[in-house]
Ligand binder design. Structure first.
Ligand code: NAD
Ligand code: GLY
Length: 360
């Protein structure tokens, strides 16, 4: 098992990464001193892992309730939040009750938001079960839900008490979801860790084959990168925005196609190719650099062009991005492989060229 730390003074917390951690709740008990927890999961993950977790906690004397939500990005909304609040209120959960998110990023983001808001804040634990959630969404405290007008538009920064990533849960993850998670892994290499990007160029097939050692290495290295960035800039006043490489385009794809049609990681992959194309047009990346990125995404079985939507539609949807300042879209671009920058100085002409070149 590897232990990393997210350094945020009194809100610091550990990330435990290892194979087979779920049935052994010893790592969680120190964070459940009040002896009461509510495990929140979905209809896909609960049949696979809920009983393992519940019986382990109950055998340690923790009283557990559970809430099972419908599965899918299209349910990351205020109706699901109401379902969580209803269940918490009906079972008289108190301020000391700990919420446990058992699932992928959709569950993690919603449970975190419920924890931030129920009784003005209760403790919560992240148990991510997808690659994407183990390398990205469970760490850093971004929580929230989608709005019909924009992705992740309603939410809060609220840190978990502990993150427990059991890599064995990835055994049951569909291949398409594994690839979607690899998209966010590649992101860390591109924005700030060139040696990791080069490692991925050598080892990407091992990740697809679910090689345990390669997966653990990639998860730990991704979490290390994320923990450093979050430790420097928890509330995204600067460096943290770089973690959104490809997301301005990607969120437009997810929203424009209807939540759940393109997986988040797929939209980020196509969006990252658009950001790479724009970076080349800015004179920063070479054709060869863009080719290396495309090649890696293709080997990871991820899309490298966006879906057909008009340039105007893309621009309208991108205008809803959280990074927009005074009506101006700001982009995370690549100055070089392994080095990213945030800029608002992109001409409409260049953006149109990218959108025309990078969509189906
Ligand atoms: P997800 O939560 O929808 O999970 C993907 C699918 O895999 C779902 O059908 C889920 O039920 C299933 N699943 C989960 N674990 C499984 C397992 N072990 N075995 C079999 N099936 C399993 O999607 P995701 O990719 O984990 O997360 C995407 C979400 O995360 C998006 O909503 C995105 O906005 C959000 N996100 C948040 C952050 C953040 O910092 N908070 C960062 C990146 C992404
Ligand atoms: N996934 C982007 C962030 O956590 O900031």
């Amino acid at each position: 098992m590897q232990t990393l730390n997210v350094g945020l003074a009194e809100r610091s917390y550990p990330i435990y990464i290892g194979s087979g951690l779920l049935p052994d709740c010893g790592l969680l008990i120190p964070y459940l001193t009040a002896g009461r927890a509510v495990i929140i999961s979905n209809t896909t993950v609960a049949p696979l892992y809920l009983e393992k977790l519940r019986s382990s906690l109950e055998s340690a004397g923790v009283r557990c309730n559970s809430v099972i939500l419908p599965d899918g990005e299209e349910y990351k909304n205020s109706s699901s939040m109401d379902a969580i609040y209803d269940a918490l209120l009906r079972s008289h959960c108190e301020r000391s009750t700990t919420l446990i998110a058992l699932g992928g990023g959709v569950i993690g983001d919603m449970v975190g938001f419920a924890a931030a808001t129920y009784l003005r804040g209760v403790p919560f634990i992240q148990i991510p079960t997808t690659l994407l959630s183990q390398v990205d969404s469970s760490v850093g405290g971004k929580t929230g839900i989608n709005h019909p007008l924009g992705k992740n538009m309603i939410g809060a920064f609220y840190q978990p008490k502990v993150v427990l990533a059991d890599t064995r849960t990835l055994d049951t993850l569909p291949d398409r979801e594994l690839s979607a998670g690899i998209s966010e892994v590649i992101k860390y290499g591109l924005i700030r860790d060139m040696p990791f990007f080069e490692w991925l160029e050598v080892n990407i097939e091992k990740l697809l084959a679910r090689d345990t050692e390669a997966l653990q290495y990639a998860i730990a290295r991704s979490c290390q990168n994320k923990a450093e960035v979050v430790g420097n800039d928890e509330r995204e006043s600067g460096e943290r925005a770089l973690l959104n490489l490809g997301h301005t385009f990607g969120h437009a794809i997810e929203n424009g196609m209807g939540y759940g049609v393109w997986l988040h990681g797929e939209a980020v992959a196509a969006g990252t190719m658009m950001a790479a194309d724009l970076s080349r047009r800015m004179g920063w990346l070479t054709e060869a650099d863009v080719g290396r990125i495309r090649d890696l995404f293709q080997r990871a079985k991820l899309p490298v062009i966006g879906p057909r939507m008009s340039v105007e539609k893309y621009q309208e949807l991108m205008g809803l991005d959280k990074k927009v300042v005074s009506g101006k879209i700001r982009f995370v671009l690549l100055e070089a492989l392994g080095r990213s920058v945030m800029t608002g100085d992109v001409s409409v002409g260049l953006l149109k060229e990218t959108l025309e070149a990078c969509c189906d």
